[in-house]
Structures are given as structure tokens and as C-alpha cells.
Design a protein around this ligand. Sequence first.
Ligand code: SF4
Ligand code: SF4
Length: 374
Amino acid sequence: MPMLDYFSDHNISIYPSQMDIAFTERCNQGCDYCWVNKSNPYALNFNSAKAGIEFFLKMPVKRQTITFTTSEPLMIPELYQKTVEYILKNADSRKTLEMITTTNGINLNNQISRFIIKKIYSHKHFRLNISIDGRQQSHDAHRKLSAGCKKSAFDLSWDNFLSLPKNKVRVIFTVTPSEVDYFEQNINFLIASGFKVFDIFPQVFVLWPQEKIRKIEKILAYLVEYANTHSKESYDWRILNRLWGSSHYNKLLLSSDGNFYLFEWVMALPYRERKSFIIGNTAKGIDLEKRIRLFDVLFKNVAKSAKQRCLRCSYRVLCSCPLPLFLWCNYSGLDFDLYFSNFCKISRIFITASQKLNKDIRCDLDSRKIERLK
Ligand code: SF4
Ligand code: SF4
């Protein structure tokens, strides 16, 4: 088996340890910052899901993660539930298997909510992420419903979110240039509503104006300072950039067309452009050699397009190279150099904040005191 230098240099296994399952690319929302191209017309069936899962579970990796996070996993709730049950039944008890679901909450009705809550309490590594961008005004600013529907995405999901055990679910909070000015109010609102666990992401694939970059830098610095100095009540914060790269090398995607792809970011491309990223299918299995060859080619292309800047960068351990951004710019005809500079600035801000924030921080942050963040 050929071993890519990058893999051996960074002690990365040639076997993927994380598989994202996309049952369908259809979604009941049409968020304007969604990067999923949604041009794949297929839906996964249960037999293909089972076969794909079996191939993945056989990988000789001790810790594995299966995620339902790229498209909306509850679009086909019966398939989601059957698949979760199948995974839990067939997981190798000698391994640690984590399962992560991320939902926009619209289909989180009583029945599916009960199913998920039961799994959260009965399986230590079963996790639920919920996508909320704060108060209604900010949430609905980018989280639109599917074409033509004028209803509010917030109205359709908020009560569903409130029915969840709030200390057990992770809020996925996307900060956008347009809503960054309301960051404190949005966080205050979520804290006052009882949520305790947060992932804070910047909107990706967008150019952040300079004044908004300054704003996010200031806000994150205050947030970190505050979080690190208050520790009576438990909150859990993670400050991340979705495009950071080292984890890309651990991933693969089981797509709704029954093929395995390099990673979930290929879903940003029009369906017809994805063929070259296929690394297997549910009938034949995963082609590990092709997987490594593709990463090798991609990594070299990104490094060249980024003028080798990442290779010399001290932030690289966390940031790695922006593979998804490269793909996005390449296929959208955008100026990679321009987007790269922007990405780089945002990344440094998020990495700096993240480094200052203890990873397992437990902090005291209540809705009154966070006012001081201003
Ligand atoms: S809910 Fe998620 S998958 Fe659906 S449109 Fe919004 S960002 Fe995209
Ligand atoms: S901070 Fe910038 S130069 Fe450094 S690794 Fe990230 S994108 Fe590359």
C-alpha cells in the first residue's frame, strides 16, 4: 500500500475513521449560506445504507465516528431511525463508535424527538447537534425555508428544540458577517433559553468585510476571556472553523447515490462534477489506494494555489490546508487567492481564540453577565 508522505508525516491513518451518511440532498430549508449543491437526485435505500456501514465498520480503526451531519438527516425519518438501530446493533463492542446527528429541527416531531432522546440517554456516544443561529431575527436572516415558502424557519423548529434536554444537545451556531453585530444578543438568548453546549462557526465560502473581521475578533477575545474567568456553572464552548483541514483526511462520505466519496465537501460540487472523487460503492467497498492518491493530488494542488503559504505557517497544525475552499473556488470560478486571504484571516482569529479557550472548558456564563461582552 503506497503511503502518502503527508499521511505518514502527520501520523494520519490510511483508513478513514469518520463516515458521513447523506440519505438525500433534499432539504426542507434553503439556507442562503448552505454549501450543499443539492443536485444529486438519489435517495439512499436501507440495503445500501447497511452495506456501506458494514464496509466502514470493518475498517481496522479503534475509534470510529458515523455522522449524519451534511444534509438534513431527518428528511427520511424512518430510514434514519432504522439506520441508527442497525448501527447500534452491529457496532463492534471492542471499538468506540460515536454517532453524531445534526438537524435543523423542523422534522423533530414528538415521535422522532422521543427516539433521539432515548438514544442520548442510553448510548454514551450518541450525540445530537441542533442548528440555531440565535434569536428569530438572526436565525431567519439566512435560514430560509424551501423555495416559495414564506413561513419562518425559527417558528417551525424552536418549540421542537425546546423539548430537548438542553444540557445534552450541542448548539451549532453559525456567525455570519450580517449578524455578527448581534452576537451577544443571540448568545444571551440561547443561554437564557437553557442551552449549555455551543459550537461557534464562521460562515464559510464568503468574503468577510474588514470591519466584520475586526468585530468577530473582538467578540471572540471577550468571549474567551469571560469563559476562562467564570467557572461556577457548566457551559461548554468550542470555537471552530468548519474548513479546517486535518480532519478531512480521516473522512469519507457515503452518498445518497450509494457511492463512497472522498469526503462530504464534494457535495458542494454539481453532481456531474463529483465522479472523479468516487472511491468505491456499497457493492464493492472502499478503494483505500484511490483515496490516498486523490488526497495527494488535491493536497499538492492546494499547496501550489496557496503559494505554499500553509506549509510554512505555524497555525498549520490546526488549520492545515483549506481543501474545501479550494474545491469551492475551483468549481465556482471564484478567485482562490482572494478567498484564501480572507479564510486565512478568519482562521487565525478562530485558532487564536480556540487556543486560549481550554478545550474542555466549563465556565459560568449567564445571560446577565454576558452583557459585559459588549
Ligand atoms: S438546513 Fe442544512 S442542509 Fe438544509 S439548506 Fe440549511 S444548511 Fe443546507
Ligand atoms: S492560517 Fe492561513 S497560511 Fe496558516 S495554515 Fe491556515 S490558511 Fe494556511
